[in-house]
Design a protein around this ligand. Structure first.
Ligand SMILES: C[S@@+](CC[C@H](N)C(=O)[O-])C[C@H]1O[C@@H](n2cnc3c(N)ncnc32)[C@H](O)[C@@H]1O
Length: 350
């Protein structure tokens, strides 16, 4: 018994890697960003196709799905439409959601037994998601969806995501949390403490991804004044940014923070390599976390390759691949849930 999968919007391969670790054969990953090719193809067995999903042919997808006992269409359409946080709410840009509709079209045209989708938590109550779910239900899928707190499954990071699982074989649900209690949670310390120390602006000689962005003089003083788990409110007044001194800025404690060692990290974003962009200061060293540390907090293996030898290190490009990824561990949880479901229902219905 085997499950063949195609990963739409595959990025650097976080979801693919996790599904593969759970025993699913992901034969194809599709993404419009050419930067994804190297990490996707180098670390995974499947083929990478640089293509726009909106014009992707169902025949091509079916070629990669067919031949296994079961077929899984997986995907994580970009979440930017809901990540643009301003004035206390997420702006909604409906035109970008044609991508989720493109996923729905491919489900209808290829008719796999299994479908999974992951996205930002905010999507849960939006029309475009409800339409996607309705498309599945009208095509005889059993659908489960809800928020998943990734640290309850062993990710060393607090990350809440919307996950959907759908099956034509029978009712489907995720496996039970593997790390439900606070005492079980994976921590920043267990994940990155062993990496060699580097300075702000330094790249380690053995691993180009273990590279930390440089800090301005004022930011160096600020990180020195930052306490693990604290915020800019711990700093002496002379270091506090003008915008934070204003009444309107006092409510933004989520930037310029240093991580604490013995808890999961904050949510990794596409800007996770910048001290001023979130709570991305290293717990002990006076610098932001390196790209490698960010990737490990996203549960990529320590040697997951993101850059070819002749490729220039580009913080924003690699940061985007890391921050946008489905954590490998969440991909495993999704994959394990699907494998368990197929073991339960597959034999009786096939
Ligand atoms: C949230 S990321 C997916 C992350 C990926 N699943 C992973 O685990 O690493 C969304 C991806 O969609 C891609 N994308 C955006 N528009 C696209 C399109 N029209 N067709 C294909 N891919 C697209 C982006 O380049 C980005 O890599």
């Amino acid at each position: 018994m085997n499950i063949n999968a195609v990963d739409l919007f595959c990025g650097a391969g976080g979801l693919t890697r996790g599904l593969s670790n759970a025993g699913i054969d992901v034969g194809l990953g599709v993404d419009v960003d050419p930067m994804c090719e190297y990490p996707y193809a180098t670390n995974n067995d499947g083929e990478f196709l640089n293509h726009d999903v909106t014009s992707l042919s169902a025949d091509l997808v079916s070629e990669h799905l067919d031949g296994g006992t079961y077929r899984l269409l997986a995907g994580c359409a970009p979440c930017q439409p809901f990540s643009n946080y301003s004035r206390g709410k997420y702006n909604y840009e409906p035109e970008k959601w044609s991508l989720l509709n493109a996923f729905g079209r491919l489900v209808k045209e290829t008719g796999p037994e299994l479908v999974t989708m992951e996205n930002v938590a905010q999507l849960k109550n939006h029309e475009v998601f409800l339409k996607f779910k309705q498309t599945l239900e009208r095509s005889d899928y059993h659908v489960w969806f809800d928020h998943i707190d990734c640290h309850h499954y062993g990710l060393p990071q607090t990350r809440r995501r919307l996950v959907l699982l759908a099956s034509r074989l029978g009712p489907i649900e995720p496996i039970a949390p593997t790390h439900p209690n606070k005492g079980d949670w994976q921590t920043v310390r267990k994940t990155i403490e062993d990496l060699p120390a580097i300075d702000a602006g330094e790249t380690h000689g053995d691993d180009r991804l273990h590279s930390a962005s440089s800090l301005t003089n004022i930011n160096m003083k600020r990180i020195r004044a930052s306490k693990p788990g604290g915020t800019w409110r711990d700093w002496p007044m002379r270091l506090v940014a003008k915008c934070h001194k204003k009444k309107s800025g006092k409510t933004y404690p989520g930037v310029y923070g240093r991580m604490a060692w013995d808890v999961p990290s904050p949510t990794m974003t596409t800007q996770c390599y910048g001290f001023g962009n979130g709570r991305f200061g290293h717990p002990q060293q006076d610098r932001a976390i390196s790209l490698r540390e960010a990737a490990m907090l996203q549960s990529f293996d320590r040697d997951y390759a993101f850059l070819a030898d002749d490729q220039r290190l580009n913080f924003s490009g690699i940061g985007r691949l890391i921050g946008n990824a489905v954590p490998v561990r969440l991909g495993e949880v999704i994959g394990e849930s699907i494998v368990q479901h197929v073991e339960q229902y597959g034999r009786t219905s096939h």
